[in-house]
Design a protein around this ligand. Structure first.
Ligand code: C5P
Length: 223
């Protein structure tokens, strides 16, 4: 494998309701992070995995993942971007392709990991998996009054894993000033072209209780 995968998993998961940090919430009896790491480790291109865990959970996460795959676990940061930076700093020498994958996208198929990695290998410096937007999207003012309707045909919903040439991601994080919600956003600011590949509905981000119920159903019907 020529790919390192960073897994930011240090979020609290407030939108999922009260309870454990999100990556440690149970899905079919196992933490979301276990589901995510198992699928990453099943992708043939993956050489190393670095997880950013909640600071209070680093030892616990190490013990949890040891039977699943050889994984490096580091303490995460206050924001997703800081967690990614901490994981990036722990990538061993070797892999020249780095993927960043949210633990919350626990059911992401190994085939999506492979397709993102393949697009980077084929020469794209930055690659994101995307889906078309199905809802009509409106821009609103702070008082919930509609400002206008956005052309849906030109929009994409962005997933992870996002893939990068290692040097591109390292430079983007070194130059980052304000926190963004994804890594491709940092790379865009550096003027690097970002290539889209088809995403997967199975790579849904488990954010709200409804998503967890849907994920339970998906696992029960097609594990
Ligand atoms: O906050 P959001 O739901 O966008 O988080 C996406 C991913 O980033 C999750 O896997 C979460 O655990 C991770 N995260 C993190 N460190 C933070 C906040 C979020 O690793 N401080």
């Amino acid at each position: 494998g020529d790919v390192a995968v960073l897994v930011p998993a240090a979020g609290a998961g407030v939108r999922l309701g009260p309870g454990r940090p999100k990556a440690l919430r149970l899905l079919a009896g196992e933490p979301l992070l276990v589901h995510a790491v198992r699928r990453l480790a099943a992708a043939p291109s993956v050489h190393s995995i670095v997880v950013a865990a909640p600071i209070a959970e680093v030892a616990g996460v190490r013990a949890l993942l040891a039977p699943i795959a050889p994984v490096t676990v580091v303490p995460g940061g206050a924001e997703r971007q800081a967690s990614v930076a901490a994981a990036l700093a722990a990538v061993p020498a070797g892999p020249e392709i780095v993927l960043v994958h949210d633990a919350a996208r626990a059911l992401t198929p190994p085939a999506l990991v492979e397709s993102v990695a393949a697009a980077v290998r084929a020469g794209h410096e930055a690659v994101i998996p995307v889906l078309p937007v199905v809802d009509t999207i409106k821009e609103v003012d702070t008082d919930e009054m509609v400002r206008g309707t956005v052309d849906r045909g030109a929009l994409r919903a962005v997933q992870t894993p996002q893939g990068f040439r290692r040097a591109v991601l390292t430079a983007a994080h070194a130059a980052a000033v304000d926190a963004l919600t994804d890594d491709a956003g940092l790379v865009e600011k550096q003027g690097v072209p970002v290539h889209c590949v088809p995403g997967s509905e199975h790579a849904l981000k488990i954010t709200r209780p409804f998503d967890l119920a849907l994920a339970e159903h998906l696992l029960a019907t097609a594990p």
